[in-house]
Write a protein of this length. Structure first.
Length: 188
């Protein structure tokens, strides 16, 4: 990214503009359209995820993730992945991530910036996280995993009779085990 800077000296009334090149990481533009709305009070609500809703509280400078329907391990996992990502990207304060006032919600305080609008940056990073999360949101992904287990390829399967018979198989012994209930008395 190039920035034009005009340096004016008191001794010389006119100076030529100097072109300064700032080196840094290149920003990749995310081509993902978010399903988001603005509430009456100005909060931004993002509804793209299958398990959670993400709310950016603009006045309180917080990000809150709520469960859509029911609270489960999947909803907590999605909320945890979201806030871990936002923490690593420098959007949310590291020590502010906590359970929200609503059951099954997580929240974190949005960091302030003098250089960029923190709300716009949060929306940008959430959209990047949603593009990374997109393969896990599709039902095709779950169907592909089921197909992998139900219909394995030749490398991961054996035909009936391919494994030879043996008298004992596995690591659990079938004979010689002591059972306290077998003899009719209890042992501790």
């Amino acid at each position: 990214m190039a920035v034009n800077v005009k340096i004016v000296s008191k001794t010389q009334p006119k100076a030529e503009p100097v072109k300064v090149v700032i080196k840094g990481p290149k920003i990749k533009v995310v081509e993902y359209q978010l399903d988001m709305r603005r509430a009456l009070n100005g909060d931004i609500m993002i509804f793209d995820h299958k398990d959670i809703d993400i709310i950016i509280l603009t006045e309180k400078k917080k990000i809150v993730a709520f469960a859509k329907d029911t609270v489960s391990d999947a909803t907590y996992g999605a909320e945890n992945r979201l806030f871990s990502y936002l923490r690593k990207q420098g959007i949310v304060q590291y020590d502010s991530i906590e359970g929200g006032t609503v059951y099954g919600s997580l929240q974190g305080i949005l960091l302030e910036s003098k250089e960029v609008d923190s709300v716009k940056m949060a929306i940008y990073e959430i959209s990047k996280w949603l593009t990374e999360e997109k393969p896990y949101l599709d039902d095709d992904f779950a169907d592909a995993i089921d197909d992998e287990f139900l219909f394995p390829d030749e490398e991961n399967s054996t035909e009936l009779g391919e494994v030879p018979h043996a008298v004992e198989k596995g690591s659990i012994l079938q004979r010689g085990l002591f059972s306290p209930y077998f003899f009719g008395k209890y042992t501790y």
